[in-house]
Design a binder for this molecule. Sequence first.
Ligand SMILES: Nc1ncnc2c1ncn2[C@@H]1O[C@H](COP(=O)(O)OP(=O)(O)OP(=O)(O)O)[C@@H](O)[C@H]1O
Ligand SMILES: [Mg+2]
Length: 413
Amino acid sequence: MENSVFEPYLERESVFKKDRDILRPSYIPENLPHREKQIDQIASILATALRGERPSNILIFGKTGTGKTAVIKYMGNEISKADERERVSFLYMNCEIVDTPYAILQNIGNRFVQDFDDRIPFTGWSIERVYNILREKIDEEKRVVIVVLDEIDKLVTKSGDDILYHLSKINDDLKKTKISLIGISNDLKFTEFLDPRVKSRLSDEKLVFPPYNANELRDILQQRSNLAFENGVIDDGVISLCAALAAQEHGDARRALDLLRVAAELVERSGSDKITEHHVRKAKNKIELDCVLEATRSLPTQSKLVLLGIILSEERNGTRLTTGDVFSAYRELARKAGVSNLTQRRVTDLISELDMLGLVNARVKSFGRGGRTKEIQSSVPILETKRVLEKDEVLKGMKNYHLKNQTTLLGLK
Ligand SMILES: Nc1ncnc2c1ncn2[C@@H]1O[C@H](COP(=O)(O)OP(=O)(O)OP(=O)(O)O)[C@@H](O)[C@H]1O
Ligand SMILES: [Mg+2]
């Protein structure tokens, strides 16, 4: 065979055993350490379904990476194993993807449509028609249907809570079948936005998943790394370090697993065969950089102009900019880009948003006689961020641009 550019990479021994997806968030392990209590609680509620009756609705809360999705999918598998008489249907939906009332009803409805030609189309029907078909089909046989709405807060933000009202009331319209709902959210405050009737119906039972501590994260990582890696690939201390770093943030198992996976990928690419603490630290930097760049990439154009204004002003004036400095840089860039000029007040708001995203640092500073101003500093890697900003259609022409107007000493014009 001719020498291929891939050859050095293909010949290399992998640190992974066959299946590298084991470290990805979509993988559900056969047991979930440190969630025994939550699993037992949910089992005690859902067992009713196996007896042919409707379980209480459940709301599950917990910060990101606390195992909510993993536990509920695990429960779905356990139910289908235990459901010998096949009278329970377990439907999982992620409301970030299935995010409109129509899509939700269509998804539930089609689960009970046998004939392909009778399927509810993706669009085009009135919501009433979809609802009626769903009601008719789901009620053809006696069964218990458990509908999981993961990331339910996204649905409510996007489409309001009408659909939840109708779903939670649907049992009144059914003769044979019973539906129960499980909502999952990492936003503890989301029920504040719900109609009180919906809120009380949805939360018959409420569960909170606490964050994992470093020891618990270590067990989770150990279980996965035994499955994912060949023996002896991981240095002592690697798992503890991943666990400690993730526990410092807020006990996020996804972050802990990401650290381990990215560290392993860095090792693979570098051609060495042992994962050390050094790789974990490099992985941490890489993940953080990716986060910053992703946040930058998804900013609206006006915010990108403000951020670029801050970066270019810093290049010219040094750090510690005032709102006036940033505004004048922004105005110059907006003019050059040919987009409409926002007011200074609006730009001040955008600066606060950038601050909240962690892309800049804006501190209020007081100085004599009650005067106050903001001191603004970027907190992004300059080169990489500029590269991302310059990819924006509107900011393309700003490559290697230098600001013209000097305002710092003159104050605001
Ligand atoms: N107890 C556990 N044992 C093994 N793996 C776990 C455990 N808890 C979480 N994980 C793993 O951590 C990752 C994140 O978990 P999961 O997706 O369930 O978080 P989540 O609570 O749904 O977060 P989000 O609110 O962001 O959706 C997944 O890869 C999951 O398999
Ligand atoms: Mg989840």
